[in-house]
Design a protein around this ligand. Structure first.
Ligand SMILES: O=c1ccn([C@@H]2O[C@H](COP(=O)(O)O)[C@@H](O)[C@H]2O)c(=O)[nH]1
Length: 275
């Protein structure tokens, strides 16, 4: 998927919502547990309920790998379901990969050769050869962790460098030269919204994947104020705040309501930015 296709979808749906599919079998309604594949059954219901408001889905691989081969199968079935029924919606595999070049090549193939994702989240810690293999696939995205939403982002990412600036700024500055705004995005936590102003000076045109609204307390309004660019440039993720908003049989209806509420707020923010 190109950035223009993504922006077109944002304009059409008046939303830049990414729904996180962090599906924990211990949190899904009892009734689904008798299904062949409860995780897939839950995801299918969530996807059908939220597709009108979402421009992206982000399955976090930890929630699938936890269940071994069966979990991977649930992931693949979910991706295929989205591809077959909502082909315009972007899929980012939140896998946080990154390893020496030949290993990274296998990671990239694992997701991209079979079209299991449009983008994969990557840790940039080991440098360029860990990211390069992901940039060799047309229309696919390397989604680099820059400034994450967790409190421990202070341990490394927020360290001040002797040469000036923060480590995360150096990561963005150096890594943005490895690809383009057409094949790289950055992860910036919504809990770090004020830092988006400086980040936009380094990368005015890149799309940013922003987790951390809802359950982690980040503000959508602040994210838009500091991070939105002239083609929106934002994919704001909510996982628990949507998929577990209601643990009863009505979970899908409530997820739709929550997604619609977020999309309505996003529509206002897009209009306020003249988009
Ligand atoms: O900095 C980061 C990077 C990734 N995540 C992931 O996003 C979702 C957030 O889930 P919520 O339930 O909406 O809090 C989850 O998959 C994280 O692993 C992040 O939160 N922060």
């Amino acid at each position: 998927m190109t950035s223009s296709e993504l922006f077109e979808q944002i304009r059409r749906k008046r939303s830049f919502l990414c729904v996180g599919l962090d599906t924990d079998p211990n949190k899904i309604p009892q009734r689904l547990l008798s299904e062949d594949d409860p995780v897939f059954a839950f995801n299918r219901a969530i996807v059908d309920a939220t597709a009108a408001y979402a421009v992206c889905y982000k399955p976090n691989l930890a929630f699938y790998e936890e269940n071994g081969a069966k979990g991977w199968e649930s992931f693949v079935k979910t991706v295929r379901y989205i591809r077959d029924n909502y082909p315009e919606i972007m899929i980012i595999a939140d896998a946080k990969r990154g390893d020496i070049g030949n290993t990274s090549q296998m990671y990239a193939r694992a997701f991209f050769s079979q079209d299991l994702a449009d983008g994969v989240t990557l840790s940039p810690y080991m440098g360029r050869d860990t990211v390069d293999p992901f940039l060799r696939f047309d229309g696919k995205w390397a989604v680099i962790l820059a400034l994450t939403s967790n409190p421990s982002a202070a341990d490394f990412e927020m360290q001040r460098l002797e040469e000036g600036g923060y480590l995360y700024e150096k990561v963005i500055d150096v890594s943005s030269g490895w690809g383009t705004a057409e094949n790289m995005m950055y992860v910036v936590g919504a809990t770090q919204a004020r830092m988006l102003k400086g980040i936009r000076e380094l990368i005015p045109n890149h799309f940013l994947l922003v987790p951390g609204v809802g359950a982690q307390g980040g503000s959508l309004e602040e994210v838009a104020r500091y991070g939105m660019n002239d083609r929106c440039g934002l994919l704001v993720n909510s996982s628990r705040g949507i998929i577990y908003a209601d643990r009863s049989e009505l979970f899908a209806d409530t997820a739709a309501k929550k997604a619609a509420e977020m999309a309505a707020q996003m529509a206002e923010l897009l209009s306020a930015h003249g988009l």
